[in-house]
Write a protein of this length. Sequence first.
Length: 210
Amino acid sequence: MRDNVTVIDHPLLKHKISIMRDKNTGTNEFRKLAEEVAMLMGYEALRDLPLEDEEIETPIEKCNAPFIAGKKPAFVPILRAGLGMVSGLLTLVPAAKVGHIGMYRDEETKIPQEYYCKLPKPIEDRLIVLLDPMTATGGSADDAINQVKKAGGTNIKYMTIIASPEGIERVSAAHPDVQIYVAQIDRGLNEDAYICPGLGDAGDRIFGTK
């Protein structure tokens, strides 16, 4: 495991992800679990946000109190499945900006194809947290990180719920300057490049489509 990969090993995450894996878990419950897992992961991924003291007055007296400093972070889901993680993180940082990167996987080549990119400005002054529930081959994450860097982003993190060993190795090797947060690393990929045991197509399960 490379130094820029953090596996968030927590009993609550394991429990919630196990329910997500179950094929009998319905859309509404799956969607809520994705939000909850993202929020729990965000607590760890955002622990190094910079702080600065400001003077406030409590009901008792004046004091210096810490507040998040600088530009607010931006959460950037990789469409469409990454949308399922946004609300959980906005619960933690309601004032954060939200960008979007749209990609789909070509079913023949398994290579990601970008169709949309809208990022908050100024991007170079803020933390960018890319979101994708699944990291299979790592192609979408790799390309999305490159898009953020091309736009001027330098402080980038990547959050994913479930990854394959191949995918996490590809992303961490290609971007040693990006801190990666993952909740579970599964066994590997099948012949269709799906994570095993995985949880199926996260986008379909979040939005109730087939």
